[in-house]
Design a binder for this molecule. Structure first.
Ligand code: NDP
Length: 269
């Protein structure tokens, strides 16, 4: 693969993303003279933008709402992207668009770290709130653990059923209270808490000792993470996943690992 000459984040909207911050810190630390920029691309413009990036040996990340569209545009996708049916990282090889999904590895890494820090094994029962692109990445990671049962709840029941059907370890549950009551880990894969102070589910409904992972991240931790920690639960927001998916993407583009410490420092501001 040729070293990228342009690095971008494709999304709509993109202004809230910390990816430029962490990737530019990683590029500077590695002394790579490139600037990673966020491009706000409306769905109707995506094809044209991907065409331009092909000419410029571009590479980058993909975020909401383009992960499935870019997956469909790829000439080649990795196995993990196939299972997640979405691409968050892309580059070009001999003109062909190649995609992978580092959200899967990012979530896997964040969860393993959280559990081992607290002396816990990987959970046997996980509940996923939401059934969109990031939920598919979480389900892909959980399906790789072997032996973990996944319950999927979504406000749109059909989306939960559709996602659960794709994974042998998963089933959909309509009743949110039932979905979470036995879970050892509950994951929020909805945008609740991103721009409001709402919680995806009240903490009292979780099992005693459950761990909480909120894929949402924002300054000062999310309302759900703050509420969970206040009652003594183990909880992290989406930052550890974001840093790891970014580091794995960097490795895809340049063939070596970035300095994760500088990425963390940049994210902390
Ligand atoms: P999608 O739009 O693909 O999916 C969103 C899901 O949340 C859908 O199931 C949707 O249900 C549900 N949802 C949306 N709004 C509400 C609501 N008000 N109440 C209940 N359910 C709701 O988004 P993604 O999966 O890509 O991203 C979800 C969130 O995850 C993002 O907001 C982002 O903050 C976070 N994220 C974090 C990452 C990280 O590295 N930490 C990586 C990727 C995402 P419905 O189908 O009914 O609309």
């Amino acid at each position: 693969m040729k070293t990228p000459e342009r690095l971008v984040l494709l999304g709509h909207p993109v202004a809230h993303s910390l990816s430029p911050t962490i990737q530019n810190a990683a590029l500077a630390a590695a002394k790579i003279p490139l600037h990673y920029s966020a491009l706000d691309v409306a769905p109707r413009d995506l094809n044209a933008v991907v065409g331009e990036l092909r000419k410029e040996t571009g590479a980058g990340n993909v975020t909401i709402p383009h992960k499935q569209t870019v997956f469909a545009l790829c000439g080649r996708v990795t196995e993990v992207a196939k299972t997640a049916r979405g691409v968050n990282t892309f580059w070009f090889e001999e003109g062909a668009l190649v995609g992978t999904n580092t959200d899967v590895g990012g979530f896997d890494h964040a969860t393993r770290n959280l559990m081992s820090e607290h002396g816990r094994p990987l959970p046997q029962r996980v509940t996923l709130l939401g059934a969109g692109g990031s939920a598919a990445a979480v389900a892909t990671a959980v399906s790789g653990w072997g032996g973990t049962a996944l319950t999927v709840w979504s406000r749109t029941e059909q989306s939960a059923s559709n996602l659960a059907q794709r994974f042998d370890c998963a089933r959909a549950e309509r009743d949110l209270t039932v979905a979470v009551r036995d879970a050892q880990l509950v994951v929020n894969a909805t945008p609740i808490g991103l721009r409001d102070d709402l919680l995806p589910i009240a903490i009292e409904l979780l099992a005693p000792g459950a761990a909480v992972i909120d894929l949402v991240y924002r300054a000062g931790a999310t309302p759900w993470v703050r509420a969970a920690r206040a009652t003594g639960l183990v909880a992290i927001d989406g930052l550890p996943m974001l840093i790891e998916q970014g580091a794995l993407a960097f490795e895809c583009w340049f063939g070596f690992a970035p300095d994760r410490r500088v990425m963390w420092e940049a994210a902390a501001g």
